[in-house]
Design a binder for this molecule. Sequence first.
Ligand code: SF4
Length: 230
Amino acid sequence: MKIAGYEKLSLQDFPNHISCIIFTQGCNMRCPFCQNSTLIPHNSNNLINEEEILSYLKARKNILNGLTISGGEPTLQSDLEDFIDKVKELGLKIKLDTNGLNTTILKNLIKKNKVDYVAMDIKNNINKYGQTSGVSNIIIQNILNSIELLKNSKIEHEFRTTIISEHHTLQDILEIIKLIGSSKYYLQNFKNSEYVLDKNLTSFTEEKLNLWNKILKDYPNVYIRGLEKE
Ligand code: SF4
C-alpha cells in the first residue's frame, strides 16, 4: 500500500465509529478543487510504511473501532484487499472513500464483505463530469455503474458532492438526486487552500447555501454539511 499520511483519530468521518483515516497515494482523477492534490501523483518520496500504520492500529485497537481508507483513490492500490484483511484481523471495521471509477474493484470488495461503509464522491451532473473531475475522457458508464451498485446493495453508504460556485447549479444537484434515489447524499461547500489545483475557484455564499437548504428540504435523504435541515 502506498500510504502518504494518516489522521490518528476521527470521531466524525466514519459514522458511529471512532476511526483512524489513512490517505493513499495516487489518483485517476484531477479534480480542479482537490484538497489533497499532493496525493494525485502515483509515486512520492514521503510514503509511510504499512507496518507503522498496522502497529499504530494494533496499539489503539481498544480505542478505535474503524479505519477509513481515503486518498487519492484507494482502489488503485493493488494490495488493498490484503491490507484490509490485516486490518480486519485487528477487529476494525472498514470505511472506503472512493471516486467510483473502479467499479469492478468496488464490486469485488462489497461481494467479499471487505468493506463496511462506502462514501462515493459524485463530482457533478453526468454532463459536466469531465470538467469537474479534470478527466475529459472519463468513462462515465463506470460512475453510473458504481452508483447503481451502491444504491442497490445492502452495504451502508453515502454519496457526496463538493459544491463549487463555478461548477454546480441547483439543477445539477437535482439531476444527481434523481440518479441516487433514496441513498444518503451530502453536499459540502468547497474550501480554497494552497493545495487546490485551480486557485480561481470559489465557495458558495452562506446566503446561497441557506436558499438551497430550503429548496432541498423536500428531500429527506439530502443534507448540506454544517446546516440543520429545516
Ligand atoms: S478524486 Fe479528485 S478530489 Fe479525490 S483525490 Fe482524486 S483528484 Fe483529489
